[in-house]
Design a protein around this ligand. Structure first.
Ligand SMILES: Cc1cc2nc3c(=O)[nH]c(=O)nc-3n(C[C@H](O)[C@H](O)[C@H](O)COP(=O)(O)O)c2cc1C
Length: 272
């Protein structure tokens, strides 16, 4: 069986599959678009990244990839794009949440959230980001403490705001993970060239995807910095051998809602 199969009796020969393929594996059997049936160029088939664009672009739903059947790819619902106003409110209305209700999160909610986030773009469709979810508030606190202990070992102000965080900790606050009830850590192989950027994108997607669930998030930047610099913190994370933390997000139900959108700098743009 070839990499792709098509039902020729239903193929509209639109050529969208060939145009959508990012690695140019699909050609039309005769002539140019709107004439031939799609077929793969065998000698470059191994360059396929299984992104599924050929299956997803086919308006007739008659192209099947060896690793992806059209039946496994649900059709998009009408109106899925939302309006610029709706998306603008979602993006502008998101805030870093640093005050959480002391309410545990159900694993099912995180499952649902990560099931959405796995569709975020990944370099070359590598999908190499893994997740560690901590739903135990005590365990989150334990990680904050590990960061604080690392900060205590540093001389001077090696970490921006380090002294202030130590002071806040002594006052019973948690400036590291903000007493969040849960934490989501993105991790992956330390040496994979695409994984770091893919993890950042996944976490950014997660921040926005969390909003309709009523959840709030905040980047765990200090934990990330500490995990990269401190063996103690990296060990406390308990990630699989060979993996490192690529980013993390505190998550929970916000204690209060924001009523306004704060101002931000205008976009710095040069028009070429
Ligand atoms: C990479 C990154 C790391 C961050 N780390 C932390 C952190 O460790 N603790 C924290 O309270 N906020 C952290 N933040 C949140 C920023 O302070 C916040 O995005 C910024 O102040 C703007 O506020 P907004 O997210 O509500 O628009 C981080 C944000 C980013 C993008």
């Amino acid at each position: 069986m070839g990499l792709i199969t098509i039902d020729e009796s239903k193929c509209k020969r639109c050529g969208f599959c060939a145009r959508a393929c990012p690695v140019g594996i699909i050609a039309l059997s005769e002539g140019f678009p709107n004439s031939g049936y799609p077929t793969t160029i065998e000698k470059i088939e191994k360059g396929c990244i299984t992104c599924g664009h050929c299956v997803a672009a086919c308006p007739a739903g008659v192209l099947s990839h060896r690793g992806m059947k059209p039946e496994a790819c649900p059709p998009l619902e009408a109106g899925w794009r939302l309006t610029p106003g709706q998306v603008g409110q979602l993006i502008k209305g998101r805030r870093s949440i640093r005050n959480y209700r002391p309410e545990p999160l159900e694993p099912q909610v995180i499952d649902e959230l990560l099931d959405i986030v796995r569709y975020a773009p990944t370099g070359m469709n590598t999908q190499t980001v893994s997740w560690k979810v901590i739903l135990d508030e005590q365990e989150v606190q334990f990680l904050s403490l590990a960061v604080i202990e690392w900060l205590r070992t540093l001389e001077g102000n090696q970490v921006h705001g380090g002294k202030g965080m130590l002071k806040a900790w002594e006052l019973g606050q948690d400036p590291i993970l903000r007493k969040a009830p849960a934490l989501i850590i993105a991790h992956g192989a330390a040496d994979h060239p695409m994984t770091s950027a893919s993890a950042m994108i996944a976490l950014t997607t997660l921040e926005l995807a969390a909003l309709p669930f009523g959840l709030g998030t905040c980047w765990a930047g200090f934990l990330h910095q500490a995990a990269a610099s401190s063996y103690g913190v990296a060990t406390a994370l308990g990630l699989p051998q060979g993996d490192r933390m690529l980013g993390g997000m505190m998550i929970g139900y916000p204690e209060f809602e924001y009523a306004r959108i704060p101002t931000r700098n205008p976009a710095r743009v040069t028009w070429g």
